[in-house]
Design a binder for this molecule. Structure first.
Ligand SMILES: [Zn+2]
Length: 147
């Protein structure tokens, strides 16, 4: 009997399964959306010859469609990356504290790299830094005026 020896497969926890389903569902949705749009653009291109004005309007619409398709394709890439990280066992862990990011948060923000606490701490720190910089800026102005 051949032993099932895969390259260090991560423990298939229920969290892993849930996240995998979540990412795969999104990937499937995006893929059918992108494919549908590509089909639409193609079939529009087959329409009878339009006059100049009409065809430039179609061009603009096609540009918008292509931009959308591109955006969605990029999201697809991100999902594929996330699935790769999930396989490697690094997806869904916080960059800040290393703890697992809560699943509801990942469902809402599949590409979140920090847990809620770390994200909030980071935002607060950024806000403080901005405020401090502003205060320094105004006190420097004050010093300039008093000298
Ligand atoms: Zn964290």
């Amino acid at each position: 009997m051949a032993t099932m020896k895969r390259k260090k497969a991560p423990a298939k926890t229920s969290r892993y399964t849930e996240l995998r389903h979540m990412l795969e569902d999104r990937r499937r949705e995006l893929m059918s959306d992108v494919q549908g749009r590509i089909r639409d653009v193609r079939s529009e291109g087959d329409r009878e010859v339009l006059d100049q004005g009409e065809s430039s309007e179609v061009d603009i619409q096609e540009d918008i469609e292509f931009a959308l398709i591109q955006m969605k394709s990029e999201t697809l890439n991100k999902i594929n990356e996330a699935l790769g990280r999930l396989e490697a066992g690094t997806y869904g862990n916080c960059f800040g504290c290393g703890e697992e990011i809560a699943e509801p948060r990942l469902r809402a923000l599949p590409f979140a790299v920090r847990c809620k606490d770390c994200e909030e701490a980071r935002e607060t720190a950024e806000l403080r830094a901005r405020e401090t910089a502003q205060r320094r800026g105004s006190s420097a102005l004050f010093l300039d005026m008093s000298s």
